[in-house]
Design a protein around this ligand. Structure first.
Ligand code: HEC
Ligand code: HEC
Ligand code: HEC
Ligand code: HEC
Ligand code: HEC
Ligand code: HEC
Length: 650
């Protein structure tokens, strides 16, 4: 037996090749001496020779003690000797590599900084579901947060000024910080012809480890968090034993069956490796193995199965191809987490723009995700990346529409509103009926009304600013006004609640005044006199324009409230619904902002002084009669004219 010797990990410059050479010669006993360079070993046990050992005296003191370059915590190079080989196949992981830089290596860190161990040598690890070794050590390692939240070992605490807080919650650090891998890995392997054939990822690369660029696969892990993986696919022949387990056939068993049905199999993509991918080929194979396995002493029952990411297939009692109800995870597909090769922060996804992930061309949602090694044409089958995380074409199209098309259009829309307002002012100027503040003649708004309006106004302004910062990712404004994106979101939430409350109150308070009357038709015909008409325009307590504004803000404001609440409690909503909600929320938000801009214009510049009514609540008789004749007359005519009540209001 041979064990991992201590020096394997702990000696700087340990010669693994020499150790392997000795193992191949069967010289187990002296492998460590050769590997550590303590001596030179000659002769091969395999060839029946007795190994000859010559110690290298340079390592010994006069009293015979050994002096070695012992490294307390093992250097990464030693760990990598074993791990880089397997990991370049499984994850594309490389450590000290110019093609595939890893920021922690560049910063002088070692494997044991994240995977430490105590003297018991239980090397701490994560909880990837890939390996079932030492499960008791699951999640004992130092995760990203552990260092980067506490500043352990000089790790920077990220401020994430460009990142939406919802994304930090829903995406693993690695999903953004390992945007791509720059060495080919394996997409999977198949052994249907009795030979192990590795398919590379990206397709077209010669072999795993060659310089080539590909993007990770994204799937959810514990808690629904999106992680980066290499989804490794497998296609093979197995045997369904009595115990219900599908046992893979040895390569030589697969090769024996292959001889019987290879004539029935074509090489659809002409790459020199025939693919068992069509139903007739699978059926031919299953029949071939039923006879080639006959008498195989490994199994108590012979029942061949073809396993591929498309399903586990067998021949049912009537000899038809049928799917077995097996979970293919681990059988035909293994998700190797991608957690190394963290790129420098400036290369993280989302550094520049949201569309690095959300664009129609971006890998994150739209890149190819390989789901089978060979389709009917012999080429790998892929689907859209987003599907696995629940962003099907509806959610995806909506989110790219939202971020790529709607946002630019909406900024143009807002500029257009400002332009129209300026144009209107320029053409018609302000109205001439002067507004006299503190007249105490006609009471127009109660204290409650004014309060509701004021708080709704304040919350709306704050919501607009924070909303625009979030929607357009306005980093400069965010830096100027807030400490972090979380603050923007919190502020938006708090004022959102004020807005919800005042919107509901406003809906009730002004409901009666906002019901349309007959004379409103005339107002509409005259466009409220806003386009130059100088005569009298009928209007109740609110004119038709204001009534329309009431309905506009009430409907949109309430929809904004509901969608906003859904966005706060986002865990209750499915992803497509969430994308829909946030698109709607943003779109209506912009429309509201445009409307409120026009409303503010009419209440200030276009009708100078009008805004005072919101401070003292009173208007003059002349003003009331001019702007709201029906209201004014209804108030004064039935009864005898009476002085406006002047109860104290504070
Ligand atoms: C698979 C690699 C590996 C092998 C093999 C291994 N070690 Fe370790 N050893 C480690 C790791 C990892 C640590 C923890 C380093 C840390 O977290 O700082 C460690 C720590 C130690 C330490 C304490 C570190 C120090 O010097 O302060 C000693 C002593 C030690 N090992 C001795 C041994 C001996 C003796 C053997 C052989 C019986 C051995 N190791 C085999 C990986 C290994
Ligand atoms: C002699 C080869 C060899 C060396 C050297 C070696 N490992 Fe391993 N390591 C393995 C094998 C084999 C496994 C178990 C098989 C597997 O899970 O892939 C393993 C398992 C692990 C695991 C757990 C894997 C899992 O999936 O749960 C971690 C973490 C790990 N090694 C880290 C290290 C670190 C850190 C070092 C350096 C201190 C190191 N290894 C050195 C061969 C090696
Ligand atoms: C910056 C921290 C960091 C460093 C440095 C680091 N790893 Fe990891 N490693 C991780 C994380 C995070 C995971 C994923 C754990 C999971 O998926 O739950 C991981 C996973 C692994 C795994 C798979 C086992 C598992 O737990 O899923 C192995 C093996 C491994 N690392 C070996 C190494 C080796 C060898 C080195 C040095 C060459 C190294 N790591 C350096 C963070 C690190
Ligand atoms: C053992 C502690 C430790 C762990 C665990 C760790 N890091 Fe780091 N990380 C550091 C240190 C130290 C640096 C170098 C100082 C710096 O720039 O923050 C660094 C640097 C970085 C940088 C570069 C910052 C820059 O300015 O470019 C990124 C990005 C990063 N880490 C992300 C991660 C991710 C993602 C994980 C999890 C896979 C992780 N870190 C795990 C300690 C750690
Ligand atoms: C949605 C993508 C995303 C996620 C998730 C994410 N980051 Fe980042 N990270 C970025 C971007 C983009 C930057 C660079 C710009 C910035 O700071 O906003 C960055 C910057 C950093 C930096 C450099 C900080 C600095 O100020 O120089 C570190 C360190 C870091 N992230 C660590 C982490 C850790 C740890 C996690 C997991 C808890 C994580 N990130 C999750 C996108 C992300
Ligand atoms: C690293 C890739 C990435 C980047 C960069 C990114 N997103 Fe996302 N986005 C996602 C993923 C993945 C989801 C789905 C999250 C989930 O459901 O768990 C998502 C969901 C969303 C949603 C719907 C759910 C929610 O959080 O409200 C919106 C809206 C959104 N992103 C907008 C943005 C904006 C705006 C930016 C730029 C500031 C941005 N995204 C940057 C990957 C990204």
């Amino acid at each position: 037996m041979v064990e991992a010797d201590c020096l394997l990990c702990h000696l700087r410059g340990y010669n693994f090749e020499e150790r392997i050479a000795q193992l191949e010669k069967g010289t187990y006993q002296w492998a460590v001496v050769a590997g550590s360079g303590l001596g030179i070993v000659e002769g091969s046990v395999k060839d029946g020779q007795a190994p000859k050992l010559v110690y290298n005296k340079r390592f010994f003191n006069a009293d015979g003690k050994v002096l070695l370059d012992w490294a307390g915590p093992p250097p990464s190079k030693n760990c990598s000797y074993c791990h880089r080989r397997s990991d370049v196949y499984k994850r594309g992981f490389t450590w000290a590599d110019m093609h595939n830089p890893e920021i922690h290596h560049q910063q002088g860190m070692e494997c044991v900084d994240c995977h430490p161990a105590e003297l018991d040598h239980q090397i701490h690890k994560g909880a990837s579901e890939v390996n079932r070794v030492a499960d008791e050590l699951d999640n004992t390692m130092r995760g990203c947060q552990e260092c980067h939240e506490s500043g352990f070992g000089g790790a920077t605490k990220p401020r994430h000024v460009t990142v939406r807080p919802s994304h930090i919650k829903r995406l693993a650090c690695e999903a953004c910080h390992i945007p791509r891998i720059q060495r080919a890995t394996t997409m999977g392997h198949e052994s249907t012809t009795g030979e192990l054939v590795f398919l590379t990822k990206p397709p077209g690369a010669n072999q795993a480890g060659d310089p080539a660029v590909w993007g990770p696969d994204y799937e959810r892990r514990e808690g629904g968090v999106v992680h980066a993986f290499n989804s490794f696919l497998m296609r093979w022949w197995g045997n369904l034993e009595e115990d219900g387990i599908i046992y893979p056939l040895f390569l030589r068993e697969q090769a024996a069956g292959w001889k019987l049905f290879q004539a029935a199999v074509s090489d659809d993509n002409k790459d020199g490796n025939p693919e068992v991918n069509r139903d007739d080929e699978i059926i031919a194979g299953l029949k071939a193995y039923a006879s080639s396995l006959h008498g195989n002493r490994r199994f108590r029952r012979i029942h061949p199965v073809h396993v591929s990411p498309g399903g586990a297939f067998h021949l049912d009692e009537r000899g038809r191809l049928a799917r077995l109800p097996y979970d293919l995870t681990g059988l035909a597909k293994i998700n190797f987490p991608i957690s190394h090769n963290v790129a420098p922060a400036r290369m993280a996804l989302g550094t520049r723009e949201c569309v690095e992930c959300h664009a129609t061309t971006a890998h994150f949602f739209n890149g190819p995700r390989y789901v089978n090694l060979s389709g009917p044409d012999g080429h790998p089958v892929s689907e859209r990346m987003g599907i696995a995380i629940g962003a099907g074409s509806f959610a995806f199209t909506l989110s790219s529409l939202h971020l790529e098309i709607l946002r630019p259009l909406i900024s143009i829309g807002i500029i257009l509103v400002v332009f129209l307002i300026t144009l209107h002012y320029h053409s018609y100027g302000p109205k001439r009926i002067p507004f006299v503040p503190y007249s105490h003649e006609v009471k127009r708004f109660t204290l409650v009304e004014r309060g509701v309006h004021l708080f709704r106004l304040i919350s709306f302004v704050v919501l607009s600013v924070t909303g625009l910062i979030m929607a357009f990712n306005l980093r400069a404004w965010q830096e100027l006004l807030f400490a972090s994106p979380e603050q923007v979101r919190t502020c938006h939430t708090v004022f959102g609640v004020v807005f919800v409350v005042t919107t509901i109150l406003g809906t009730f308070i002004w409901f009666k005044d906002a019901l349309f009357a007959d004379y409103d038709k005339q107002w509409v015909r005259l466009i409220g006199g806003y386009l130059g008409y100088k005569g009298a325009v009928p209007a109740g307590r609110f004119n038709a324009g204001q009534k329309m504004f009431y309905w506009y803000t009430t409907i949109f404001g309430n929809v904004m409230s509901v969608t906003g609440l859904l966005l706060i409690f986002d865990s209750l909503v499915s992803l497509p619904a969430l994308v829909f909600t946030s698109t709607l929320h943003n779109l209506l938000g912009f429309i509201l902002i445009a409307g409120v801009l026009a409303h503010a214009y009419l209440g200030t510049i276009a009708n100078p002084g009008t805004w005072h009514v919101l401070v003292d609540g009173y208007v003059t008789r002349q003003w009331a009669e001019h702007h709201h004749p029906q209201w004014y007359h209804a108030m004064v005519e039935p009864a005898t004219p009476q002085p406006a009540d002047s109860e104290p209001e504070t």
